[in-house]
Design a protein around this ligand. Structure first.
Ligand code: ACO
Length: 427
């Protein structure tokens, strides 16, 4: 009779242990009983970078990396991107169900009422150099928001948590737009609450003299990109939000940690790196030389490869289509041609095939952002706007999960054994 358990024999002692298997996992804590003596601490797992460790139970996002499937709360990403809105998606991630019309209107209204930020934030922004990287600015300003809302510390109250959710959803576009205008030396454009979530953000970035002609196709393209980025289960930035939030700090500080994690070139910063890479390749003729340099280990093909997807990233497929829609509006960009050819060459190359390296979400997104008029160092800010509802839903799930405690990994100590202190004159 097969049993849903794992039998482990410790060859050091000859003892056997039966460990329950639940949802395809064994509990790392169940290994602690495996000891060679009473003084032994017990067995631990060693898993740098969490390659094979589930750190939580989550009902938010499902990914099958081998099949290239991504679902939010059971809804395929393709359907949400084609037919949904960003606010519907944010609501879905938080509450687990798509909103009714009335629920969606109430949610959008709550957000609309919180789009303004305290004017002291503007003084704070002025402290940044004119060329400050907007991700550095954003993570600083979002962290600073915690000082404006000390009530956000009361994370045990569900109503209070919802208010902070609304504040973050409402204010991040305003702060992101302020960071954009700061780099340009343009006066900050305040929210226009008669515009929708996306329209208001685009207006706050591009409006000059209070005027901006909205382009519906580009706004819908931006909305699709935000939907595609809205959550991606336990990625680096979400894990940062969860780990920092597990100390029960306020959500502004936890989200600020997520923005910091996203800033890195191996995570959200990759879209920026893709554009720099395409600049470096320069023409289609430069592709073979570039591919050879990657294969020799001189850098990576940015926008390729993923920890979880070992086939085509489903988001990359959708984004490639959006890229063509956008370029129909803005005119063809020679860099798109280089990217398409680079993708074709890499997908046929043994090096990339063997390692299951396919385009990820960042491969085409930067090209689209650039066509919309956003500068390269702003791309990751747009990613952060998209990822915010995912961070917030995961934070809420973590806070309400009775199994969670403060995140505190173990280590294998490899330093010197105990030794006496030597005074400086004797060293
Ligand atoms: N170009 C060239 N080789 C690569 C690439 C790449 N983009 N990605 C992985 N490899 C190679 C590695 O050199 C390694 O080869 P080896 O086995 O010969 O040593 C092998 O593939 C496995 O790579 P790992 O680094 O172990 O894979 P990991 O899962 O840790 O990394 C990551 C995933 C960080 C995304 C990686 O593929 C990468 O650096 N890609 C480029 C950056 C990028 O596009 N990041 C965006 C990810 S999506 C997101 O965060 C939104």
């Amino acid at each position: 009779m097969p049993s849903n358990s794992l039998t482990v024999t410790d060859n050091r002692t000859g003892k056997s242990y039966e460990l329950p298997i639940t949802d395809g996992t064994v509990k790392a804590m169940d290994l602690r009983q495996i000891k060679t003596s009473d003084e032994d601490f017990g067995l631990m797992t060693y898993d740098p970078a969490f390659m094979n460790t589930a750190a939580c139970r989550s009902a938010i996002t499902f990914i099958d990396g081998d099949k290239g499937i991504l679902e939010y709360r059971g809804f395929p990403i393709e359907e949400l991107a084609e037919r949904g809105t960003f606010l519907e998606t944010a609501y879905l991630l938080l509450h687990g169900e798509l909103p009714s019309k009335a629920q969606l209107e109430a949610y959008a209204k709550d957000i609309r009422y919180h789009t303004y930020v305290h004017t002291n934030i503007i003084k704070f922004l002025e402290g940044f150099r004119y060329d400050a990287h907007p991700m550095g600015t954003l993570l600083g300003v979002v962290g600073a928001l915690s000082t404006f809302y000390p009530d956000a510390k009361d994370i045990g109250d569900p109503k209070n948590r919802y208010v902070q959710h609304i504040r973050l959803m409402a204010k991040l576009p305003t702060l992101a737009a302020f960071a954009f205008r700061h780099n340009r030396g343009l006066p900050y454009e305040f929210p226009s609450n008669d515009l929708g979530y996306i329209g208001n953000f685009v207006n706050m970035t591009f409006s000059i003299g209070g005027k901006h002609e909205p382009n519906k196709v580009l706004q819908r393209a931006l909305e699709i990109l935000l939907i595609l980025h809205a959550d991606h289960e336990q990625n680096c930035s979400t894990s940062a939000v969860r780990a920092v939030g597990s100390s029960h700090v306020d959500p502004f500080s936890a989200v600020s940690a997520g923005i910091a994690a996203l800033y890195g070139p191996l995570h959200g910063g990759a879209n920026e790196a893709v554009l720099r890479m395409l600049d470096e390749i320069d023409t289609k003729a430069g592709i073979p030389k570039f591919i050879e340099s990657v294969k020799k280990g001189d850098g990576r093909l940015m926008g390729f490869g993923h920890r979880v997807y070992k086939s085509y990233d489903p988001r990359a497929k959708l984004i490639k289509k959006v890229a063509y829609d956008v370029f129909q509006q803005t005119g063809m960009n020679p860099k798109l041609e280089i990217a398409v050819e680079l993708e074709q060459i890499a997908l046929k190359d043994e090096y990339f095939i063997k390692r299951k390296l396919y385009p990820n979400v960042d491969f085409y997104s930067g090209l689209i952002y650039q066509a919309m008029g956003y500068p390269t160092d702003y791309f990751t800010v747009l990613f952060a706007l998209g990822r915010l509802p995912g961070w917030l839903a995961q934070w809420e799930e973590m806070i309400t999960d009775g199994e969670q405690k403060i995140a505190r990994p173990r280590q294998v100590y490899t330093g010197p054994v105990r030794r006496p202190y030597v005074p400086v004159e004797k060293r």
